[in-house]
Design a protein around this ligand. Structure first.
Ligand SMILES: NC(=O)c1ccc[n+]([C@@H]2O[C@H](COP(=O)([O-])OP(=O)(O)OC[C@H]3O[C@@H](n4cnc5c(N)ncnc54)[C@H](OP(=O)(O)O)[C@@H]3O)[C@@H](O)[C@H]2O)c1
Length: 320
């Protein structure tokens, strides 16, 4: 058992997790008011977290002053928590707290989607692969773009507004980026593929956009790998049957079921990504848990750039 001195936890934009009654909630001994407790239950998903050991038994993970990221760990917002050793990752000094707190959950999700996308590409089409990516400016979207382009894939990034497209292109230049609220975006995306067949889209928006993205995929082989429903609408699957497309859901839980050596390599990759100069792990704001309502509202704010974190090192105070 360790006592934390500092604990950061992303306020997920995974409101859909909870609507689907997925994941477990990190509620512990926090003295939350009843309405507050309801907000937590209804609005938050699984966290990944950062902890600095203040006191506790000495050992590889128990020396005071060490920082560890841990995921998953039920009940992890408690003052005291027992964390399974396999969920704990020692953080190198070079990885800042704000990055360490979001490192595992987002990289694990992105790698799960990348692996599923790879399997979806026909074996004879694995050179010059083109992938469509929705919500490309999101935390997981940025990682997906990086992981895919590093593997030689051409990524066509989609965001929901022109302002978002400009912002993303300025922050992370490279792969083409189109706004889905601009007339003719589908034609522009198609043209960016340079006549290559698009076998895979990675989507976390769903809704009407799922149907639009399906329209751009190769008939018979096209697959949408979906890991979220940011739009909150019922998804449009009308094109899937007549065009013989596949819709495949992925979930971070699959990453936890990877063999230990694969997860170890993935964590090493996550730690390397934590140090790249590109802004892959931005933070928009930190809130104390007493301002949970403001934190959740901030998650839903359009144009937000970066994760919203709970900062358990201050019980009260202003967002910073
Ligand atoms: N399956 C899993 O295991 C798993 C794990 C982690 C996350 N997720 C899911 O992955 C998705 C992304 O999570 P994240 O933490 O990376 O998100 P994030 O960093 O919080 O970013 C979400 C961004 O997506 C954009 N967005 C919001 N609503 C949109 C809409 N209707 N259409 C298009 N873009 C929209 C917004 O950017 P602008 O305001 O700039 O447009 C927003 O900032 C969420 O759906 C989350 O639930 C799933």
């Amino acid at each position: 058992m360790q006592r934390r001195a500092l604990l950061l936890s992303p306020v997920m934009s995974t409101l859909d997790f909870v609507e689907l009654r997925r994941g477990y909630l990190p509620l512990g001994a926090w003295p939350l008011e009843a309405p507050m407790r309801r907000i937590v239950h209804h609005r938050l998903g699984q966290p990944s977290e950062l902890l600095r050991v203040e006191e506790g038994p000495s050992g590889p993970l128990g020396r005071p002053g060490l920082r560890v990221a841990f995921f998953p760990a039920p009940g992890s917002w408690r003052d005291e928590v027992l964390v399974p050793a396999e969920s704990v990752t020692l953080l190198p000094d070079a990885v800042p707290d704000e990055i360490g707190s979001q490192l595992l959950i987002n990289t694990g999700t992105a790698l799960t989607a990348v692996r599923t996308a790879h399997e979806a590409v026909p074996a004879d089409s694995r050179a010059d692969v083109v992938v469509l990516l929705t919500a490309a400016g999101s935390a997981v979207g940025r990682l997906l773009d990086k992981l895919l382009t590093d593997r030689g894939v051409k990524v066509i990034r989609l965001v929901r507004s022109e302002a978002g497209a400009d912002r993303l292109a300025a922050r992370l230049p490279g792969s083409p980026v189109f706004s889905t609220d601009a007339t003719g975006w589908k034609e522009r995306a198609r043209a960016a593929a340079n006549e290559a067949k698009i076998h895979v889209a990675i989507d976390s928006v769903g809704g009407a956009l799922l149907g639009d993205v399906a329209d751009l995929l190769a008939e018979g082989t096209g697959t949408v790998v979906n890991f979220g429903t940011l739009g909150g609408e019922a998804s449009d699957v009308r094109l899937f049957a007549p065009r013989a497309l596949t819709l495949k859901g992925v979930f971070l839980g699959q990453w936890m079921r990877q063999p230990a050596e694969v997860r170890k390599a993935d964590i090493a990759l996550a730690q390397r990504l934590a140090l790249v100069p590109q802004p892959l792990f931005e933070v928009a704001a930190r809130y104390p848990p007493s301002r949970i309502g403001d934190a959740v509202a901030h998650v839903g704010r359009p144009g937000r750039s970066g994760m919203v974190l709970f900062d358990f090192s201050t019980a009260r105070g202003a967002a910073r």
